[in-house]
Design a protein around this ligand. Sequence first.
Ligand code: NA7
Length: 546
Amino acid sequence: MNDAVQTARQPATETALDFDAIVIGAGVSGLYQLYRLRELGMTVRVFEAGSNVGGTWYWNRYPGARFDSESWTYGYSFSQELLDEWDWDEHFSGQPENERYLNFVTDKFDLRRDIQFRTTVTAAHYQEDGNCWKVTLHDGSQYTARFLVTAVGVLSASVLPRIPGIETFKGQSCHTHNWPKEPVSFAGKRVAVIGTGATGIQAITEIAKTAGHLTVFQRTAQWSAPLHNSKVTPEEMADIRKNYADIFAKCQETVGCFIHAPDPRSALEVTPEEREAFWEKRYGEPGFGIWMGNFRDVLVDREANRLMSDWLAAKIRGRVTDPVVAEKLVPKTHGFGMRRVPLESGYFEVYNQPNVKLVDLAETPIESVTPEGIRTSDTDYQFDMIIYATGFDAITGAFDQIDIRGTGGVSLKEKWANGPVTLLGILVDGFPNFMMVMGPHAGLGNFPRAVEYTSDWVTALIGHARDSGLTRVDATPEAAKGWTDHVIETNEGLLFTEVDSWMTGINRNLEGKQVRRVMRYSGGHPAFRQRCDAVSAGGYRELALS
Ligand code: NA7
């Protein structure tokens, strides 16, 4: 593959600038942002660290990586032709197909020629004299553009655990996010996996099928429920295609842009029999219904949440043969749905296999990684391979890796030291002409649905600036404070805010990430879109335009 940029650089509208816009990242967001900005007739350059497109679906090629969103709700919706041409193979498609899909989109819309691969952006400084951004790359080269759009992803800065001796291990090791492109064989090998989040649960289930022996190191048990993946038959695909408009419309109505909407009833107002029958049904259905389509109060009312957690605990106990192991797999530190619910395909049964051992780090913590394996407080384990499924410096991590400076040389990292401050999760006051697609304070959920809306909003703002002869667009400090306060309000009283997770800004492996912060907008996507629409329809009064 030729990774170099395939076309000569074209002149930007303003001859003094290299490009009208620079986009960082060629994942789901960056690709779409490029497509939209090109439609405006702008010169755009995308800088991408990987050697190909895909972002999340380029990097996370670990065994078992797949959507937990229905594939046909996750694809782009903007092009009827694309919807007509692409057939999903599985209801919850795996990484190889997802990567193929994003390459298909890239080629179909001829996006590749504006993407520079294997390129890391190290700095981006706002230039007050030219109202533009100067972007520095890993090789020291610099480019200027009027607008800078980040499409860096929410979970793209992977983090290794802080365990002494990691570098001394003599076998193979890697983080799931940095999985090699070459096939990895586990046959006959003694494999360790550290981490049991959504990634660990997918990887463990797959690796257990072929590993000689697998040892799972679990720090926190997870409330996980069945994914129920299956092939999409040609008849189903025809049906999906016919119903795309309704499917996407339904996604727009729900808080997380999934097709699953909460049941309007309280878990406490129905009889125990009705409640359990409902949960049994949800447990037997594909996807996030059990999380997003549960009784309306399961994620907000302590008692409803306790009942649900108890019910799910019984499911785990029923699936794991050894009661001691089963007990370790039942979460004790948080209620159901308070962390991102990993969906699984036979995860709990893995622990019934003779080649799999669960180590509960609450009982026997890891002391070090040794040249031969892992030492816990009671055992020296020997491994051929250690896999770190230890997560990410989520949401702000990818921003922190770039030295981003706005007016007066203020650093974005410092500005966000006590938590993000944004307007609509898109703009940051004091950082003119800087826009984030899925930055902090965005609503989480089914990403492409939110990405398309946010990118369209960003594109409209840039188009407005260009058409009105504006060279500087910035959020006002008052508007940014107003939105940030509102985001904080939307999180108040929600049970998930009482639990440590990447969604509350916690990463125990990182200095400065030990205090819970409001990282996401929790008012739901319909309300988010209303707010954004109001800002654009009102003529961008929340912005300082000049
Ligand atoms: P997560 O959800 O952050 O999970 C990371 C896992 O790694 C979690 O089980 C952690 O335990 C564990 N971990 C992290 N550091 C250590 C150390 N030092 N020792 C032992 N265990 C450790 O990341 P994922 O990649 O699984 O998922 C991220 C998102 O990607 C997911 O939510 C989806 O949206 C897609 P902890 O729970 O912190 O005790």
